[in-house]
Design a protein around this ligand. Structure first.
Ligand SMILES: Cc1cc2nc3c(=O)[nH]c(=O)nc-3n(C[C@H](O)[C@H](O)[C@H](O)COP(=O)(O)OP(=O)(O)OC[C@H]3O[C@@H](n4cnc5c(N)ncnc54)[C@H](O)[C@@H]3O)c2cc1C
Ligand code: SF4
Ligand code: SF4
Length: 1020
């Protein structure tokens, strides 16, 4: 069995801590095992259960929390995005999360070029606010969308452009911080310092002077060295001086201290002008060694970045639909063999012309080194931006490997002088081979810091191999006079190597610094000073004792239930991975905590986090909670149903099943499918509510309601009489604030001339431009005009249309059970956790469609959530090959028409639009990359000038937005960007394919959005 997370000897009165925090602060306090478990990990291989989690609302809250913690002897661990790779953000401590409230800009001085911020502000958010002033904070870490300034300073983070701008330590001007005694000290220019900061500065100065020969002998002379404390502020050893004028800045002592010396209250940062122009030269190499050897020559041209991407990563990107097109823009010849490596060489400045000359110089340089014609010139800004995104996603692309063996970060940022880079990488590659593994190389060639992670299985022999590889890597670093810890910090992973790097005297001095700052070891104990062994399995997230509880999931997760070969990365056959949860646990464990889901920029993931900023309403928080439940690490009351427990309900409650994580999470964590598993288990435990039944069986009873005279009108009264709506809210939990879809007496089925029309065999269709049009319940019963419009468009373009309807035999069988006569995708059952019913109904549809799919007949749908159930969930329901064939043919109307148009087969002529078109993509449409076809198609309408609304989820998400307990969150999601964008464009057509999206738009803006089929039909 797994060790219970809180089995460590904690001589702490957790209850008293929580009580005092609740009484004496305004912050949020969490002590339950699931909440603490969500803060037990960062992006490393480690895990430690916090004593409690605190989310402060104000600076006073933090001051009070520090005082309470000190009085009770509870260690404190400040936390930003929790994206550290070395375990520095894990600890048995009071974890304080700065990211929800403590994230303001305090002062911006344009004249002096600095900004002062609270530590929880995210780098990208800061830079967005600076852009209007032509400035930026240039420490551009790959995790810029998640990393906080506090965390970046804590780790002394470094960006891709550190060759031009330096690391955090070169760009922090001052830090105000709480000391362990609760006092706030101002750390800045040493010469002007006073009070506690000066006293501490004097102490360190004395140590540094005593140890000057040791510092000179042991501090590596490279830009990238982040180990230990920056004792060298008084005797600078870095290639790039910490300050431009040679002065000593005491805040640099805190940079890289990993929360062990003081708690940052505010940070003053040096800003840089945003370069007006950038150009990129991508050098293609047939030899990896040559690429590494070239870096030392390329840097002499004065680039702002030289970044490596190796062949494995290029191939991984080429196999990923989101990255393929972009990565191929970097290749000299995409149809030839993939190069062994590419170097992205960036030049930036105020004028474009000199930069273009630099590109020419790069080409000449490469020709001089025997590589003429090896450079792809990329002056285009948008191409550059896309390529940088792929480079930044590099690690995440690698981490998508399925199976227990994972690329492990522990020697991945050793820094060596450039002239030794080629020999170092060659020697380390040989070390990997010796231990039956392989490394994928990428990142900062300009500064000799290449990222590389051998694939290790920490549940088996990973710890032993990790030790062996680390020993050999360290010998190489020493041989080449490099730094063992060059970017990601020390944490639990590199702490033991600090004494190796600096020797005993400096190590002792670092301990004295810690003692001077924090005599009672309050701040993040066990990091930098007195660290554990890196391979102490009791700190691992997946120790050899890790066990998953056996369970039978409702869906088929066998594709995740595999193991991999660390050298070839080939995976075994589905179902052979040995997961007692039949692949579900391994799918959940794909989350490596990189925090990419904590984003607010374009795209969708994760709508509930965007609104709440709560870790529990984040894909990562959900995956962690699931992992802990499936491995029996939570205090769950009903142990027979960990998956359906209240702890999982709490995290799944606001998941809108938007499927954004399926596409945008770099490792493909598919929380929407996991929510189906949860619902299935949960509803088995607690039973179905009246509302569940009303939603689930809608496709069954819709035909009955519409066929009884006057019944639709009677039911629609609910939308006009508030007391009725209130009564329904009280009885069923459907919000009275919402209007409900309007029932109709005449539906699509009664309106099409005869039920025998639109009935063709696959053979008939394959001879006559045939397509299948799936009439889903929502469009058939509530908005039949959409189906009519789609028919008009398809008929006008000369397609013969088959509409799936059940045969008489099927109808007769169903009438016995009072079922409707139309096929259904089963979506409403899935939303209510009735997986068996969903399988039953979806199987009928798949059976009907399979012969059409086998004849390559396109299967078209209008409602994205229904169509993508056919394309996605149908694949994990055990339907076999038929489901795959149907999935391959399933597409939205616009996907089909856009493809036909591209192939020159679409015979349609549209009239000019009288007003422009704004398009909102349904989440599932975005998840399957089906938004661009809609825009391409709309462009065929003259003067439509279609524009995409940059929006996340509309917040309606099927029945979510109708539910009384979710109405406020639903509205907030809509107000995040969708509704404001629509209000700003009163004279546009609003096009939205999702029924519930249109409903949300109507409720929130009183604007009538239409399905794309209607816009197309209206302009014929
Ligand atoms: C995919 C991936 C790519 C990465 N790329 C890079 C990269 O390009 N360059 C790079 O340098 N790193 C990189 N990292 C590592 C990590 O993202 C960075 O170190 C980042 O700056 C950490 O920020 P955070 O907000 O997540 O900090 P956290 O992990 O939350 O915290 C980091 C440290 O700072 C301390 N801390 C946080 N707030 C405070 C405070 N208020 N007072 C005192 N101490 C505090 C914490 O205790 C902890 O020790 C990468 C990580 C991943 C997963
Ligand atoms: S859910 Fe995906 S994006 Fe979020 S932390 Fe986990 S792996 Fe990263
Ligand atoms: S499905 Fe959507 S709401 Fe749910 S975790 Fe994924 S991104 Fe978040």
């Amino acid at each position: 069995m797994n060790k219970p997370l809180d089995a460590r000897e904690i001589l702490i009165d957790q209850a008293l801590l929580a009580k005092r925090l609740r009484q004496e602060t305004s912050g949020e306090v969490m002590t339950d095992s699931a909440s603490r478990g969500r803060y037990a990990t960062d992006a490393s291989i480690y895990q430690a259960m916090p004593v409690a989690v605190f989310v402060p609302k104000t600076a006073q809250d933090i001051a009070a929390a520090l005082q309470i913690a000190a009085e009770l002897g509870v260690p404190v661990l400040p936390r930003g995005g929790g994206t550290s790779q070395c375990g520095q953000t894990t600890g048995t401590a009071l974890v304080i999360d700065n990211t929800k409230y403590f994230r303001n800009v305090l002062d911006l001085n344009l004249e002096k070029g600095y900004v002062e911020v609270e530590p929880g502000i995210v780098l990208d958010h800061l830079n967005l606010s600076l852009k209007q002033h032509g400035l930026w904070y240039p420490v551009d870490v790959s995790t810029a969308a998640q990393a906080t300034i506090g965390g970046m300073a804590g780790n002394n983070s470094c960006g891709s452009r550190s060759i031009a701008y330096g690391n955090m330590v070169h760009n922090v001007l001052g830090i105000d911080a709480w000391l362990a005694n609760g006092q706030v000290a101002q750390f800045g220019n040493y010469a002007n310092s006073s009070g506690a900061a000066k006293e501490l500065g004097d102490f360190v100065k004395h140590l540094a002077h005593t140890l000057q020969p040791e510092i000179e002998a042991h501090f590596p002379k490279v830009l990238r060295r982040v180990a230990g404390y920056n004792l060298d502020i008084f005797h600078p050893q870095s290639e790039l001086p910490y300050t431009q004028d040679g002065s000593v800045n005491l805040s640099h002592l805190l940079v890289g201290s990993e929360g062990t010396l003081a708690y940052f209250k505010s940070l003053k940062l040096k800003l840089a002008p945003l370069p007006k122009h950038k150009v990129l030269g991508v050098v293609n190499f047939a030899s990896f060694y040559k690429a590494m050897d070239s870096a030392q020559h390329i840097v002499k041209l004065g680039p702002t970045a030289v970044e490596l991407v190796d062949r494995t990563m290029i191939d991984l990107a080429r196999n990923n639909p989101s990255f393929k097109k972009t990565i191929e823009t970097a290749l000299i010849n995409p149809s030839a063999q993939t190069p062994e490596a590419i170097l992205l060489v960036e030049f930036s400045g105020e004028e474009q012309a000199p930069l273009l000359k630099k590109l020419t110089a790069l080409q000449e340089l490469m020709a001089d080194h025997g590589l003429p014609g090896s450079v792809v010139s990329m002056p285009d800004a948008s191409l550059q931006k896309n390529l940088w995104e792929v480079r930044k996603a590099g690690l995440n692309i690698m981490m998508s490997l399925k199976g227990d063996g994972k690329p492990v970060s522990f020697i991945e940022d050793c820094a060596v002088p450039l002239e030794s880079l080629a020999d170092y990488t060659q020697a380390l590659t040989d070390v990997f081979a010796k231990y039956g593994s392989r490394g994928t190389w990428y990142a900062h060639a300009s500064v000799g810091t290449l990222h590389v992670r051998p694939i290790l299985d920490m549940r088996r022999d990973g710890a032993q191999k990790m030790r062996a590889v680390a020993e050999e890597a360290s010998a190489l670093v020493r041989k080449y006079k490099g730094a063992y810890s060059g970017e990601h910090g020390d944490g639990l992973c590199r702490g033991e190597w600090i004494s190796w790097q600096f020797g005993p005297k400096i190590t002792q001095a670092l301990a004295e610094i810690k003692h001077a700052f924090d005599p009672k070891d309050l701040f993040n104990p066990g990091k930098i000073i007195d660290p554990p062994k890196m391979d102490d399995v009791s700190n691992f997230r997946f120790p050899p004792s890790y066990k998953v509880i056996p369970l039978q999931p409702a869906l088929d997760w066998s594709a995740w239930n595999v193991q991999n070969n660390p050298v070839t990365e080939e995976t075994t056959a589905p179902g052979t991975g040995g997961d007692p949860a039949k692949g579900l646990a391994k799918a959940v464990e794909m989350c490596n905590n990189n925090g990419h889901c904590r984003k607010f920029d374009a795209e969708v993931m994760c709508p509930s986090y965007r609104v709440t900023r709560d870790e529990k309403h984040l894909t990562r928080g959900r995956a962690n909670t699931l992992r802990l439940a499936l491995s029996n690490q939570l205090d769950i009351q009903d142990e027979s149903s960990p998956l359906g427990s209240d702890a999982i309900k709490e995290v799944m409650d606001l998941c809108v099943s938007c499927k954004a994580c399926r596409r945008e999470c770099p490792t493909g964590v598919d929380m929407a499918k996991m929510k189906i598993e949860f619902l299935s288990a949960y509803k088995k435990r607690v039973g179905h509510s009246l509302r569940d039944l009303a939603v689930a069986y809608l496709p069954k009873y819709a035909s009955t309601i519409s066929s009884i005279p006057l019944l639709p009108a009677i039911l629609n009264l609910r939308n006009h009489f508030k007391p009725l709506a209130k009564l329904q809210e009280w009885m069923m939990g459907i919000s009275a604030q919402r209007s409900l879809p309007v029932w109709k007496g005449r539906t699509f089925w009664s309106n099409i001339q005869s039920k025998t029309s639109y009935q063709y065999s696959p053979e008939e269709l394959s001879q006559h431009k045939g397509v299948v049009l799936f009439a889903d319940t929502f469009n058939a019963y509530f908005e039949d005009e959409n189906l009519q419009a789609a028919l008009k468009v398809l008929n006008s373009a000369g397609y013969r249309v088959h509409i799936p309807q059940k045969s008489r035999h099927q109808q007769n069988q169903q009438e016995k059970s009072a079922c409707s006569k139309e096929f259904c995708c089963g979506r409403t059952y899935l939303a209510a956790g009735m997986v068996d019913k969903a399988k039953e109904t979806l199987r009928e549809l798949v059976d009907h469609l399979a012969p059409y799919a086998q004849n390559n007949i396109p299967i078209i749908g209008l409602e994205p959530s229904c169509l993508f159930t056919l394309k996605d969930e149908a694949l994990v329901m055990g339907f076999g090959e038929r489901a795959i064939e149907v999935s391959q043919q399933a597409q939205l109307l616009e996907e089909f028409l856009a493809r036909e148009a591209k192939a020159g087969r679409l015979d349609l002529h549209f009239q000019a639009a009288s007003k422009p078109v704004l398009f909102h993509g349904h989440c599932h449409q975005k998840s399957f990359g089906a938004v661009s076809p809609a825009l391409e198609l709309l462009k065929l309408i003259p003067q439509a000038n279609p524009q995409l609304i940059e929006s996340s989820c509309c917040g309606m998400a099927g029945s979510f937005g109708y539910e009384a307990e979710h109405i406020e969150v639903s509205k907030q999601m809509a107000e995040a960007s969708l509704l404001p964008s629509i209000r700003k464009a009163p004279d546009s057509w609003i096009v939205a394919d999702g029924t519930s999206c249109r409903h949300q738009i109507a409720d929130g803006t009183q604007k009538h959005a239409v399905h794309i089929a209607r816009i197309l039909a209206a302009h014929l």
